[in-house]
Write a protein that binds this ligand. Structure first.
Ligand code: KG4
Ligand code: ZN
Length: 340
């Protein structure tokens, strides 16, 4: 295969991210601009603000990324972008920018599924990790257990029936006045106590299915907080009890999925995979040689994972069907099982 240099754009939510992956040197640029400060005042992501902000940042970030990689635009051999799932307006900015660059540069373009990006993120730095494996994808928008058979061939074993895991973290954190997104802050608070005086329910822990449900647990945490004195020490106890319940459920469901599939490798990815107590519990349960996480900076949304997914697709599918039409294609709602 001749030298490949892929410039990838990720703009599915509130991060404008650009990365360049080189087949010989690996990741040669990785930039993430987070809009989070703009959305914090609203307590959540405002789609219109997100897309406008992608638009104002994207040109500068692409230029900066090329500078960081010390290459010119003409040296890019392929472009890649997040086609979905995500916010329609935000996806459109990345998709149209990538397509314009590809048309101008006369290079092929690869549309990538955001969750496939998360799924391959740990492979970027673990050359020993090969398909098949079990994947636990936990982010602000998704919580699922997926069998990754090979590139592009995924089977969902279970998923959240209501709130995504990150969403549940964020809602509890917001109610306690920790701001948005509060997952990491809630976990930091929880780390101030070893064992909570509260025991929260473990939803669906003994259920036959591998689905999750976090909405009831979230409501339980909210009600406990409402009835408490709302002091810092109460917040710490509640945060700890919430996190303990989540870890127990995740361990139980993941264990069941490993047994069911007979797979012994586990990949954990998505924003919530940055949660240290969860990382420790999974490593302790399955053994460090069998559990793979992205490095902390690649757990959340980034373009490195999109560039790498594009690279793996090029390697895997020799006759890759590049998008050749000039239409802008996005898929705001798109199951990981429906990838081509
Ligand atoms: O993957 P991601 O960056 O964006 C989506 O695609 O959703 O995930 C963001 C989510 C947020 O809900 C955030 O609160 C959560 O990941 N998160 C955490 C931690 N760090 C980020 N949740 C719990 N503990 C953390 N340390
Ligand atoms: Zn994500």
């Amino acid at each position: 295969m001749k030298k490949i240099r892929i410039l990838a754009i990720e703009s599915s939510c509130d991060e404008t991210a650009i990365a360049i992956y080189c087949s010989e040197k690996g990741l040669i640029s990785n930039l993430i601009y987070s809009q989070i400060k703009l959305h914090q005042v609203y307590g959540g992501v405002v789609p219109e603000i997100a897309s406008r902000n992608h638009l104002t940042k994207i040109t500068h970030l692409v230029e900066k990324s090329l500078l960081e990689a010390k290459i010119g635009l003409k040296e890019i051999t392929h472009f890649a972008y997040t086609q979905g799932p995500g916010l329609a307006g935000s996806l459109l900015i990345g998709a149209s920018f990538a397509k314009s660059l590809a048309v101008f540069n006369r290079t092929p373009i690869l549309p990538i599924h955001h969750m496939e990006g998360h799924l391959v993120a740990p492979m970027l730095e673990n050359s020993s990790l090969n398909f098949p494996f079990l994947t636990l994808l936990i982010s602000g928008g998704h919580s699922m257990l997926v069998v990754a058979k090979k590139m592009g061939d995924y089977q969902i074993l279970g998923e959240s029936r209501d709130d995504a895991l990150g969403e549940a973290f964020d809602k509890v954190a917001k109610m306690m006045g920790l701001g948005y997104p509060g997952g990491a802050k809630l976990s930091k608070l929880a780390s101030e106590c070893k064992k909570s005086k509260y025991t929260f329910p473990r939803p669906m822990i003994n259920h036959d299915s591998l689905d999750f449900s976090f909405s009831g647990l979230k409501t339980h945490a909210l009600q406990t907080y409402e009835m408490s004195k709302k002091t810092k020490s109460e917040k710490i106890q509640i945060a700890r009890a919430f996190e303990e319940a989540i870890i127990d459920v995740i361990i139980a469901k993941t264990t069941k999925a490993m047994e069911l599939t007979g797979l012994n490798k586990l990949v954990v990815s998505g924003g919530v995979s940055a949660n240290l107590p969860l990382r420790n519990a999974l490593t302790h349960k399955f053994g460090s040689q069998f559990v793979y996480f992205p490095r902390l900076s690649l757990c959340g949304d980034n373009a490195a994972m999109i560039a790498y997914a594009a690279y793996l697709r090029l390697k895997e599918f020799k006759n890759y069907a590049f998008e050749e039409d000039k239409k802008i294609n996005i898929q705001p709602r798109w199951s990981i099982e429906d990838i081509d």
